[in-house]
Design a protein around this ligand. Sequence first.
Ligand SMILES: Nc1ncnc2c1ncn2[C@@H]1O[C@H](COP(=O)(O)OP(=O)(O)OP(=O)(O)O)[C@@H](O)[C@H]1O
Length: 370
Amino acid sequence: MSAGLHKLEAMARGYALAAVRADREGRIQEAISNYKKAIDILGKIVRLYPDNPLAHVYRGIIQQYRRRVEQLEKLGVPASPAEAEQLEDWIVTERPRVRFSDIADLEHAKQAIKEAIIYPVRRPDLFPLGWPRGILLFGPPGCGKTMLAAAVANEVDGVFFNVDAASIMSKWLGDAEKRVRMLFEKAREAARGGRPAIIFIDEIDALLGVHESEVGGEVRVRNQFLKEMDGLQDKSSKLHVYVIGATNKPWKLDEPFIRRFQKRIYIPPPDRRARLELFKLYTRGLRLTPDVDLEKLADMTEGYSASDIKDIVMEAHLRTVRELFERQGGQGEPRPLTMEDFVESIRSRRPSITREMIEAYEKWYERFRG
Ligand SMILES: Nc1ncnc2c1ncn2[C@@H]1O[C@H](COP(=O)(O)OP(=O)(O)OP(=O)(O)O)[C@@H](O)[C@H]1O
């Protein structure tokens, strides 16, 4: 790395930290002025070193700081009350309706997650040695990670905290750390109230941030997260708080992170049998002509994710609805779906999962099986 770049980054870091500190302590003018200086220098770095691998991160930080400066200039009052409201906003607690029976295939994953969460919630006395609080679901996008987490929360009548790591990280630095603390505090509160808390964090790899020459903040978020995870695992803790992390890029996680997720479950792309099940599931309420051969469709869709298959069926159905509108002005019922509707729909989209991706997941699992 060039000495010039290094120096600029150190300067930006200095201003950023001063800005965040002043912001936290309600010294608005000082915060604004330091944010602006950090923005200037980061802007310079991006202009002078556009190929720097961190350039896109810096652009994101510039955006966040600009927004924060705008807010501060508008507010003209200390940040704390507004901040508190925003902290509430980004945590989505919901009562999921998904059940295990809505999820096609993935029997081994369902079983593993039952053993990791549902059994200990129902009979903690059967687990004198404790049980895992961190569960990592990894695998290609669109194959059911979120659905599984939601189904578990539903099954144990838990409170489901659904957050994505990017939104934890997205605000100005300094705040993210607080968000992590608050998330766990809210989860413990729910658990103390008698309901298990399931924290689902999508794209958990984003919590690690960028290690090298960061402007500040990410390392603290990561450490805070690890600390919270250790707190859950503490033998004396009887609270039912679970963290389910999901990632498409498990190889981005480092060892201390992986260690906190004692249970690691691979959510693979659907094989032929699972694809057939998915086609059956998603065509259940639709009228099909007798030539539609779901077995053949399952053969044709190797490399397609569960979510792709749902989209294929939706697109095939949309063809009939489109026709109804174009030919009959939307009157009457659409015709039944034909094999051609499905074949055309498959042709119009590429499979989202490649052989190389699957190999990379399997290789990672070999190493970190848990
Ligand atoms: N096993 C499955 N059975 C039935 N539907 C599925 C399954 N997996 C995925 N789907 C469908 O695809 C959609 C996306 O799936 P989901 O969000 O669970 O995937 P994900 O693995 O969490 O993906 P990402 O990594 O992109 O977050 C679901 O809402 C559902 O409609």
